[in-house]
Design a protein around this ligand. Sequence first.
Ligand code: AMP
Length: 193
Amino acid sequence: MRIVLLGAPGSGKGTQAKLLSKQLNIPHISTGDLLRAAVAAGSELGMQVKEIMAAGHLVSDDIMLGLIEERLGHDDASGGFLLDGYPRNLIQAKALDELLDRIGMPVEEAVDIAVDNEQIITRIAKRAELEGRSDDTEEVVRRRLQIYEEQTAPVSAHYNQHGILTQILGEGSIEEVYARINGALKQTNDPAS
Ligand code: AMP
């Protein structure tokens, strides 16, 4: 399966991605995780993106395309993948379509996890306590949510136009949301069942 997972920061997208990748046996490719690892390693890329991430802004489309192209070239991605955090705007969505068409592996499913903003703020406040991320402060979270609404929400519309979007309600327990996603994926793969 080649899946793109969409959802605002704090929608539970990362948690669901981990569970799904294990069950479907496909790599979970989180651009946020890749960037955080680069920052922690102090690499050239890490130094380039550290301040941008801490402020809640988006890293440039060129840097992101290079990063995702490199990652998708690894052997483990040849049998499918689950993208988490990419694409984040329409330019990235189109660049990804082009890249995947070129290698004959187009996205099959885009799953959008919807959660209302108030719940998101509560969830992120919890995560801030647990993980201590520098971009989980209230001011930065508000900026990330605004950027999400302006730039990432249109990505859902893009996949909807291609007829591969599934919208999932992200409220409830981890297990409940997981069951909803699984049910939707099963239905698209086996509509007769
Ligand atoms: P995430 O863990 O997906 O919420 O990403 C954390 C931060 O990494 C974002 O707020 C951005 O600064 C950066 N980032 C992750 N993915 C992308 C992307 N596809 N395009 C631009 N910036 C990104």
